[in-house]
Design a protein around this ligand. Structure first.
Ligand code: AHR
Length: 648
């Protein structure tokens, strides 16, 4: 008789555990019959026979400004349209405030602004106002303004007034429904020349809520000009102009080894004029003009190039810097040769900005921007998805960048985004956006890849099922795919899911699904997110000899080991609704008698997490009894599992 070893749940939410136990019981009843029809599969592992090294940079992050990833997302700024961009509808996200019998109007004034980059402003003309009846503007945030109790918010704005004394400016946080003022302060001394003013607002014992707005008012007649209004909650590592803590903590849990930025299509822009001109994204915010993004909303570039590098620093990730290579999405390309040269020089300057000492021109600029310490870069990517350049110019464009960068930085590994012939790229970036069934069929995609060719970077991949974030079926497809990445991580040096982040307000979305969802107050990880947390958390540095025989369809595996920690990690993914019996055979291995099981599982492929139910599907941790070097094991249907064994 086969001995089944069942997990004992020892941690986690009781309700979730009960639900899971019921699901497992149901799945077990349904699958015993099926299991009886065919014998167990055998997974044979030889921990002492190492066949390949696992790439130390296998799992990382890919990011770009899409779905309000930064503006209304990771960048902690709470004020939407902080630089008063206007369109046919007026000035989005800004509303005139006329309390009581006050009278005022607002209009964009193109004749005055705080900087060359922002040469315009919002003019608030107040014809009548008083302390009891102030006038001004309000900002409704990124589909709300998330506020927490007992929290200090730091704000600023650029302003000037006419010769009349309209000030002081009162800055208040107000609850949408009740109109209650949650925090308020006055900023006096507004002068007739442009200047930045700073303020702080501290909330009291309020309920966390996103139904709030920021109000800026004055109590006297006159004109007030405003631009670049900021409001920040506490940020990750307390960085000024920093990132949202809940999202950074979720990303940190993925143990990412690299960050690919700034795109993606965001790097390219729709037109050549819209390319990611990094020089306009550094320095004080007031010197950043912003630019149109291909994802149909303006990027203020408040989250600029240095912020990407600081993000890398905060999460201990290697930067994988993508440089614009002269192709934009509306099938526009820069002709290789002299026309391309300014873009090549820009890439060289960008690398110097990141890595140069403070004695170099661009290293000095980085220091002036607040980061004297250079960043370390191993990989630079030349362009993005250049196979869409049907002119065929990529080969020559890549070669021009390649030769210029290698001449100055011979150690850099240069990534090509499409096949090229004139030079041999160090790495090729492959992208996959597919259904779960495609990943099930393609999980061995790299098994036969030429080990003497360029290394592989799977720079974007995702199972596209579920909206706005992937459902459990997608997580199964992703996990099956990741077993293939791990089994081939001698050649697949890096891999990153895309897109990573999404503000799930429908007005904020351009692409679904996305790994992590949020609104202005809360965030949650999708089942696919948790699959990645599991895969990256339990990854060895070596791959021992392993083979799976006799498995039914949609069962996938990967085995890695960590010799320093004496750990063996077995990943099993059952994409079938039926359980699958597997005999795990470790001939001659000596194992500690208690192992660990981490399992992500659901009853149905359509099950998912949402803002309202953020932990419906999360990994559940339990112990495993290990009887010896042969372990009869049952993999429940629709489950993603990590088995951790300690080697003696
Ligand atoms: O991830 C979304 C988009 O998909 C990326 O910007 C682009 O590179 C790909 O086509």
């Amino acid at each position: 008789m086969m001995e089944y070893v069942f997990p004992t749940v020892r941690r986690g939410d009781l309700m979730r555990t009960k639900a899971l136990a019921l699901a497992l019981a149901a799945s077990l009843v349904a699958t015993i019959a099926a299991a009886a029809q065919s014998g167990p599969a055998t997974l044979t592992i030889h921990p002492d026979q190492v066949v390949a090294r696992v790439s130390p940079t296998l799992y990382g992050l890919m990011t770009e400004e899409i779905n309000h990833s930064y503006e209304g997302g990771l960048w902690a700024q709470l004020v939407q349209n902080d630089t008063f961009r206007s369109d046919w509808s007026g000035v989005p996200d800004w509303i005139l405030v006329e309390k009581g019998n006050s009278e005022a109007k607002i209009a964009i004034d193109k004749s005055t602004g705080p900087s060359e980059a922002l040469p315009y402003s919002l003019r608030v003309t107040v014809n009548g106002a008083s302390d009891a009846a102030p006038a001004g503007v309000l900002n409704d945030g990124y589909w709300g303004m998330g506020l927490h109790p007992d929290t200090t918010y730091r704000g600023s704005f650029y302003a000037k007034e006419d010769s009349q004394d309209v000030g002081p400016v009162t800055a208040s946080l107000v609850a949408d429904q009740s109109g209650q003022v949650l925090a308020s302060t006055q900023i006096g001394g507004i002068g007739t020349e442009w200047k930045q003013y700073e303020f702080t607002l501290k909330t009291g014992a309020i309920q966390p809520s996103l139904a709030n707005h920021l109000v800026l008012t004055v109590a006297n007649p006159g004109s007030l000009w405003l631009n670049l209004v900021t409001l920040f909650p506490p940020t990750y590592h307390d960085r000024p102009n920093g990132t949202r803590i809940d999202l950074m903590e979720k990303l940190a849990a993925m143990h990412p080894k690299f960050l690919r930025f700034p795109g993606g299509n965001f790097l390219e822009g729709d037109h050549i004029a819209d390319w990611y001109n990094w020089k306009e994204t550094i320095g004080p915010l007031v010197d950043r003009p912003g630019h149109p993004s291909p994802w149909r909303y303006w990027s203020s570039d408040g989250f600029g190039l240095l912020q990407f590098f600081e993000w890398c620093e905060d999460l201990h990730m290697q930067p994988v810097l993508a440089v614009y290579a002269g192709y934009s999405l509306m099938h526009e390309h820069v002709t290789p040769g002299p026309d391309l040269e300014p873009y090549v020089q820009s890439a060289l300057d960008e690398i110097e900005y990141a890595t140069g000492s403070i004695d170099t021109k661009w290293g000095a600029q980085r220091a002036a921007d607040g980061h004297p310490q250079p960043f370390h870069i191993t990989y630079v990517e030349i362009g993005n998805e250049d196979e869409f350049d049907t002119s065929g110019s990529y080969d020559a464009r890549y070669a021009q960048f390649y030769h210029a960068i290698k001449a100055k930085y011979p150690d850099l590994q240069l990534i090509a985004t499409a096949p090229v012939k004139s030079v041999r790229p160090d790495v090729i970036d492959d992208h996959f956006y597919v259904r779960a069934t495609d990943f099930f069929h393609d999980a061995n995609h790299y098994d036969k890849t030429d080990r003497n060719g360029p290394k592989i970077f799977v720079g974007e991949w995702a199972t596209r099922e579920g909206t706005p974030t992937p459902n459990f079926g997608a997580a199964l497809g992703d996990a099956a795919w990741m077993t293939g990445l791990e089994r081939n991580s001698d050649i697949v040096v890096m891999a990153s899911y895309a897109p990573l982040l999404a503000n799930v307000n429908p007005s904020a979305l351009q692409w679904v699904p996305d790994l992590i969802g949020y609104n202005a107050l809360h965030s949650y990880g999708s089942p696919s997110y948790y699959a990645q947390v599991m895969f990256a958390s339990y990854l060895g540095s070596e791959r021992p000899a392993a083979s799976l025989e006799g498995a039914r369809a949609r069962l996938f595996y990967s085995v890695t080991e960590d010799p320093a920690q004496k750990k063996l990690y077995i990943k099993l993914v059952n994409g079938s609704s039926d359980a699958q019996d597997v005999t795990i055979d470790l001939p001659g291995a000596s194992l500690e008698p208690v192992g660990r099981l981490v399992m992500l599982s659901a009853r149905d492929t359509q099950a998912t997490n949402t803002l309202d139910h953020p932990t419906a599907i999360v990994p559940v941790d339990s112990t495993l009894r290990v009887p010896g070097d042969t372990l009869p094991y049952r993999v429940p249907g629709y489950s993603i599992q990590v088995l951790e064994f300690s080697l003696r």
